[in-house]
Design a protein around this ligand. Structure first.
Ligand code: UDP
Length: 406
């Protein structure tokens, strides 16, 4: 959601300089009035929805006719597609029955009919709608599959299911080239996600106001560490609680675990319960969700005033929560995996960690060294400004479009 109606491009010019924005506008001219259609499974919760809600207005201001359509499907479909997500991310224990495979693949026709995709470029996000390419008609434009998951070590059954559809796409976009399995013959184009610095979640917020917002939820009497993530095993919320307990034995501290419940994530509620049980009524652990009124502005405030942000993921395609916290000059301690490694420069703007003990050790180090913490925060902001803002993201897509039209 935008905070003012002032031109986004003017605001970006002020932030990044005119040259940067002029280059973007020049590239965008080639796509004036072209139709770009994005399709995904949810309007709310998780990184894809976050990106699209910000990217569409920017593209539109660049005079590109960008659209975003979300499809609906029965719960049984989302149960299976979440299993697919987990399996593609590397859960080797998952197996799909013939019935599950049939539910997943047969839903594609209904999705196609609901959306009726039309456009010069059709971008299909993540595995849920991937099979709809089977219904593509010849005259429809270029089709791109944008996979946001770390698929570097996928469950073979899940990968084989998806792999059947991939050759039909004109290009496959992954956050990192290494997420694409060897043997894929299509064009593979790496693009990293981004954040919108002017959205409610990332806009400037003075520390006083941020503290007032956070104080509505928790007392600010002790240092605060926060993880913002869907309630999901890959985000390792239980590991975060373990690390917090080690720190707490040495330094008084509070932990905030903020997690929204996404519409396409049936595991969320179950994991929220697990996390609550694990926290065991510890008064210094605060488990909050969108249902408690923690929306974008509140997340902004928590990320801004936390001493340290954690993202202790075990797998992570990118981790926009890391980008968001770094932008707010808060150092991040993150799992040494996937897209987190693109963002955290170990010891420069945060720390990459491989265990619960290491996480706790790094938190203690930063809390005991406020000057270093501040320096790291500044470095994080600079990195995001250089590499992970929405303008760069849009430019990368425009470059891909021009490769596809050659
Ligand atoms: N998010 C949020 N509230 C929450 C949990 C997550 O607004 O309670 C947002 C978070 O700020 C980020 C996105 O959801 O913008 C999560 O993206 P990320 O890439 O970190 O993870 P994903 O959920 O896509 O795996």
């Amino acid at each position: 959601m935008k905070v003012t109606s002032e031109s986004l491009l003017v605001r970006y010019s002020t932030l990044l300089g005119k040259t940067e924005i002029k280059r973007l506008q020049d590239k965008a001219k080639n796509y004036a009035e072209k139709d770009i259609l994005n399709i995904n499974a949810t309007k709310f919760g998780g990184g894809v929805a976050e990106i699209l809600q910000n990217m569409i207005p920017l593209m539109q201001e660049l005079k590109i006719n960008a659209q975003w359509k979300v499809f609906t499907a029965p719960d049984s479909f989302f149960e299976i597609s979440k299993k697919m997500h987990n399996a593609l991310q590397g859960n080797m224990e998952i197996q799909f029955s013939d019935n599950e495979i049939s539910i997943y693949t047969s839903q594609a026709k209904s999705i196609y009919e609901q959306i009726q995709p039309k456009g010069d470029f059709i971008i299909i996000h993540d595995p849920q709608p991937c099979p709809i390419i089977n219904f593509k008609e010849k005259k429809e434009g270029k089709w791109i599959w944008r996979c946001h998951i770390d698929t570097s070590n996928p469950n073979p059954q899940a990968w084989n299911l998806i792999a059947e559809y991939l050759p039909k796409y004109d290009a496959l976009v992954f956050t990192k080239e290494e997420y694409a399995k060897k043997g894929i013959k299509n064009l593979i184009y790496p693009i990293t996600p981004s954040i919108d610095p002017f959205s409610e979640k990332n806009k400037e917020l003075d520390l006083k106001s941020a503290r007032e917002i956070v104080k509505k939820f928790i007392p600010l009497d002790k240092p605060l560490i926060t993880q913002v993530s869907r309630f999901d095993p890959w985000k390792d919320p239980l590991g975060v609680i373990d690390a917090y307990r080690i720190v707490k034995a040495k330094i008084p501290i509070r932990l905030a675990l903020i997690g929204s419940l996404a519409h396409d994530d049936p595991e969320g509620q179950e994991w929220l319960e697990k996390v609550k049980n694990y926290a065991n009524d510890d008064p210094d652990i605060h488990i909050l969700s969108n249902l408690d009124g923690v929306a974008d502005l509140e997340v902004n405030a928590f990320q801004r005033i936390s001493n340290v942000v954690l993202q202790k993921s075990i797998r992570e395609g990118f981790g926009m929560t890391v980008t968001e916290a770094l932008w707010k000059e808060t150092p991040v301690i993150g799992g040494n995996v996937g897209g987190i490694k693109l963002q955290i420069e170990n010891g420069i703007n945060g720390f990459l960690v491989n265990s619960i003990e290491e996480t706790a050790e790094r938190v203690i180090y930063l809390l005991n060294n406020p000057k270093i913490l501040k320096e790291m925060g500044k470095k994080g902001h600079e990195k995001v400004k250089r590499e992970f803002l929405l303008t760069k993201h849009v430019e990368n897509y425009l470059d891909l479009f021009s490769v596809l039209l050659k």
